[in-house]
Unconditional design. Structure first.
Length: 463
């Protein structure tokens, strides 16, 4: 089961287990074992499969062999958090449930069905890590879709107890189409509500509009809630060292695709766990019922929070990040661009040494991004570059595209691949429902068709 960070994969698993335990559903299994990778990472000792099960379920006595003659479901949660290499090609074949070996060997052989156990395997992961499992070992792939539009509004009304304020929040976020779309992720929806509850109640008139705006205000709300008597700038100044250390941890880990941290990781970056910033931004997860799991495990509230802190740390490495081919630095680039905007610099006074006029740099960056849009062959890269222009509040490309689209319609010419990406992007942001989309009207090449495919998701009839 795959899904982006914060979409509800772990929650779905927990609901499945609860329904099984209360006998409401899922009664096909005699035993279900929930094995999160963030805890599997802590096991350095060799052990047998039976001992591994007993580590996570100490209620099972050593004399009990629940793996023999029972139907078992193993749930491995958070494949993207694994620090085990999962060497499916080179790991030794292992089939003895009572014989000890490394956890990595146990996992690969369990997934390859080498153990004589009547078991099913359920693995959750962010999309970026799904290729760690060979495709021939996967029988079914599901994806958690998140909130539909109606569910977004339902969540906001439940989260915000003030009904009038909830309606204000819904109205405001609906005007920010790209962010309203992002609210399909429950955690992001929570962050948006948390921020707008704060700004709309203050009636400052300066409400956040971009992704970076929201996360900057979220940081301030987080810190001022901990230190209520301090002004915003003083709070940022007093936490500057902690923010920088956390940002360095975030960025260095992001480059290695690491999103879970252990106490040794924090010590390496000289992070003081007693600082109020860490208790606010990092959540602490630990298990106390086994000697193997006494070490505490940390992660940011959400992957995007880690990406925001990474952007704070390296307010400068734009070109290298924007050229990233994997896409794992996409939001980092958007945050980075957004931090150059005057409104975010004003909000970050006290953390930054001073605000600067970057208008000429921003115009140059916008021109550079538009050039990259014309050159790139990847539809996904194009979409992120359009998002980058949105962070810069640059609407010139939309104006240019509308003029081009009118000319194309009048002349009967076809769109270029980059123009097809623009059409797909602006169609997805549009609030208008598309009943019929005639792809052949715009696309004459296979490349153009590929770039227009995202429109199919929002179109009732595709021609």
């Amino acid at each position: 089961m795959k899904g982006v960070a914060g979409i509800g994969k772990t929650f779905s698993v927990q609901k499945f287990i609860l329904d099984w335990a209360t006998e409401k559903d899922n009664q096909d299994f005699d035993f279900i074992f929930f094995l999160p990778f963030r805890e599997l990472n802590l096991i350095k000792l060799e052990m047998s499969l039976q001992e591994l099960v007993q580590c996570f379920c100490p209620e099972i006595k050593s004399s009990d062999n629940v793996l023999d003659g029972h139907k078992v479901l193993f749930i491995f949660d958070g494949l993207d958090e694994s620090r085990h290499p999962l060497n499916f090609k080179t790991n030794q074949i292992w089939s003895d449930v009572k014989k000890q070996t490394s956890v990595d060997v146990l996992l690969t052989n369990l997934i390859k069905r080498n153990f004589p156990v009547n078991s099913s395997i359920w693995i959750t992961s962010r999309p970026t890590a799904t290729d760690l499992i060979p495709p021939e070992l996967i029988s079914r792939v599901t994806e958690v879709q998140g909130f539909e539009d109606q569910q977004k509004e339902e969540y906001i009304r439940k989260k915000c107890k003030n009904r009038a304020l909830a309606e204000k929040i819904i109205s405001h976020i609906k005007t920010l189409r790209s962010l309203y779309i992002l609210c399909y992720v429950p955690v992001f929806c929570w962050i948006v509500v948390t921020v707008l509850e704060h700004t709309l109640e203050e009636n400052s008139g300066d409400n956040p509009k971009t992704l970076t705006d929201f996360y900057t205000v979220f940081l301030i709300v987080l810190l001022t809630a901990k230190e209520q008597k301090k002004e915003k700038e003083n709070v940022l100044k007093s936490n500057q060292e902690a923010i920088l250390k956390l940002g360095k941890l975030a960025f260095e880990s992001l480059k290695k695709n690491i999103i879970v941290f252990y106490e040794k990781d924090l010590r390496e970056y000289d992070i003081d766990l007693n600082s109020p910033l860490y208790s606010g931004v990092c959540k602490e997860i630990f298990k106390q019922n086994s000697a193997l799991f006494r070490e505490k495990v940390y992660c940011f509230l959400h992957l995007t929070v880690q990406e925001y802190f990474a952007a704070l740390h390296v307010f400068g490495a734009l070109e290298r990040a924007i050229q990233s081919r994997t896409g794992h630095l996409d939001l980092f680039v958007r945050f980075l661009l957004g931090m150059g905007m005057k409104n975010n610099q004003e909000l970050l006074k006290g953390f930054l040494s001073g605000t600067k006029d970057h208008s000429s740099d921003i115009q140059e960056t916008a021109r550079y991004i538009k050039e990259l849009i014309r050159e790139t062959s990847s539809p996904e890269r194009c979409f992120n570059l359009f998002h980058c222009l949105s962070e810069l509040k640059d609407k010139s490309l939309m104006d240019e595209f509308n003029v081009t689209l009118d000319k194309v319609k009048r002349s009967g010419q076809s769109l270029s691949p980059s123009q097809c990406s623009a059409l797909a992007y602006f169609s997805l942001l549009s609030e208008k429902e598309i009943d019929v989309f005639n792809m052949s009207e715009y696309a004459t090449s296979e490349e153009c068709v590929r770039r227009l495919l995202p429109v199919a998701k929002i179109t009732k009839t595709l021609m």
